[in-house]
Design a binder for this molecule. Structure first.
Ligand SMILES: Nc1ncnc2c1ncn2[C@@H]1O[C@H](COP(=O)(O)OP(=O)(O)OP(=O)(O)O)[C@@H](O)[C@H]1O
Length: 290
């Protein structure tokens, strides 16, 4: 979940509680929850939506990311694997503006230098991130969670009672269908299974129409059936969005992957199909410690 969305969600929950207690100001009209956005087109004419070059970051002298270079094509579904401590999360932290690198270049498309922007600005530009643990608003319904995430800019006139226009309603319906929750619109998010919560959070990101989605261990803790439905979901998203998926579950990677990038000690160790990287001696060595 993006930082600004998290903040708006917390506000909205508070307002919902105020309404239940009969305490809203101005009938809730002052309680705008719209989020400003500055999304524009990302220039992908050079064939890359994300471009990292020679990125390094150290923590207390330890190089968690070490001259990392990587790029992703528009619409690509890239899988990132690597042993614990390889730098996968830190790389996502750098892309989303949570961590500043000591050196290197990070571009979104060919013109947006991500190192010049804050974490909320990067989210608003169309880079959505999903952390490992689902962070939906458990006391709101599935519909309310999606509505909250809708990219809209209704300013001070917005209220928790605002009506979706037909385009927005269509979008909610489309996302509900995509994330397999069309039958659960009125359910409180807190009553969903772990897998359904993960899908709802992905749906919330989709409501913001991200150009690039970063997903950290999306199938951890899922049942086999949920894992295979998540694979279907990601294959549906590919092409419409660019995806970077960090995952340890190799059977899941096998189903969704085209190119797999292996990180080790903060750099790219190998890249290719899953079969190619699994047969790479250097990869076998870092995984098995041989
Ligand atoms: N804020 C921090 N301060 C100090 N060290 C850190 C910090 N963040 C990450 N590290 C270290 O950087 C290295 C890379 O960590 P990171 O979490 O990015 O690895 P990872 O590949 O995501 O691992 P995992 O698969 O276990 O999640 C690790 O050695 C970690 O301990």
């Amino acid at each position: 979940m993006t930082p600004d969305l998290f903040e708006e969600g917390a506000k909205r929950l508070e307002r919902k509680e105020q309404v239940l207690r009969g305490k809203t100001e101005s009938g809730g009209r002052s309680a705008g929850f719209a989020r400003p956005h500055t999304a524009g087109e990302v220039d992908v004419t050079h064939g890359r939506i994300l471009y990292l070059e020679d990125v390094t970051v150290s923590f207390d002298g330890f190089k968690a990311i070490n001259n990392l270079s990587l790029d992703i094509a528009p619409g690509e579904l890239r899988c990132i694997i690597g042993p614990n401590g390889a730098g996968k999360t830190t790389m996502m932290d750098i892309i989303t503006g949570k961590t500043r690198p000591d050196s290197g270049t990070v571009f979104f498309g060919s013109t947006i230098d991500l190192l010049r922007y804050t974490e909320p600005e990067i989210a608003q530009m169309g880079i959505g991130r999903k952390f490992q643990k689902p962070t939906v608003f458990e006391q709101l319904t599935v519909f309310e969670n999606l509505e909250l995430a809708l990219k809209t800019n209704k300013g001070v006139k917005a209220s928790m009672f605002f009506r979706l226009d037909s385009g927005e309603s269509d979008r909610v319906a489309e996302v509900l269908h995509t994330i397999h929750l069309a039958d659960s619109v009125t359910r409180l998010a807190g009553t969903l299974s772990h897998g359904q919560k993960q899908w709802l959070e992905i749906g919330m990101l989709l409501m913001q129409d991200p150009k690039l989605l970063l997903l950290d261990e999306p199938v951890a803790g899922m049942t086999d059936e949920e894992t295979s439905r998540t694979a279907e979901l990601f294959l549906t998203l590919k092409g419409k969005h660019s995806l970077m998926v960090v995952e340890h579950d190799m059977s899941f990677i096998k189903v969704i992957s085209e190119i797999v990038t292996v990180l080790s000690e903060g750099s790219v160790l190998a890249q290719g199909t899953l079969e190619q990287v699994q047969n790479d001696e250097r990869v076998i060595e870092v995984y098995l410690g041989r």
